[in-house]
Ligand binder design. Sequence first.
Ligand code: GRG
Length: 296
Amino acid sequence: MDIRAYLQKKKMLVDDALDRYMPTLDAYPPTIHNAMRYSLFAGGKRLRPILTIASYEAVGGDRGCVLPFACAIELIHTYSLIHDDLPAMDNDDFRRGVLTNHKVYGDAVAILAGDALLTEAFRLMTDSDAISGIDLRAVLDVINDIANAAGASGMVGGQNLDLESEGQDIDLSDLEYIHTHKTGALISVSVSTGAKLGGASEEEVRLLSKYGEAIGLAFQIVDDILDIEGEEALLGKSVGSDAKKQKATYPVFLGIDGSKKLAGELTDNAIVFLEDFDDKAGPLRMIARYIGDRKG
Ligand code: GRG
């Protein structure tokens, strides 16, 4: 199977599960449920949940317990996009090819929709059906990892430094901290969550976490490049915003070619971390390549 067919098949699986797990559109009160579903089903690539499933399958996970956790990570990601787009943060009008949540529902409801998606993620991961049959120590371990990756020492902390750094003179190690936390932490924990739920050994979790860290940083470096030379129609959002906000990015430090080279090296390294895995890790290898080459 080629990467496009693989991603499409797994995206359908995730979309279907999200639809089943989320409260329906007619749930009360209506506005918040509409706003949550508006952004969740606006057409994301579902890269993070797909990574969780691919990692689970790479280590031989076959008990079908990964989907609620994969979907919970997508809920957290969607909340972060809604909040990131708010006027107080990036102030963006388009996301996933449609108007941003606050443009449709207003700032207050967009804040609540993000809050509710974040909370819903933790409800889903502690739902008795979702966790039935899984070793509860593994459940607590992955929930703890996900909370760390999403919170002040992970994504929120990276976002905080990113906002404070606009227009400031920062160095490459500050930028690496921002990228590995703002974007990399959730991507990396997507991979480790799948591995742990799939029953991976400690060494397998270590290697897959290294893989996740490498593709997480590569993903954000490619995002910096796409903000300069990407196509809005493929990205579903405006380009050129980093330069407008005087954000430090990898192309500012390394140039476009240097940034592409580094993203290529990171995805190559990611694949090296998979050397000891068998064919079941094939999708993870393809996803690393896809992240290096993506246009949207
Ligand atoms: C507001 C707490 C908080 C955090 C925001 C993720 C994030 C942190 C901000 C998003 C800003 C941004 C565009 C970062 C670039 C990398 C990124 C996360 C892109 C969006 O992810 P994709 O391309 O999006 O996987 P889809 O829509 O496909 O899910």
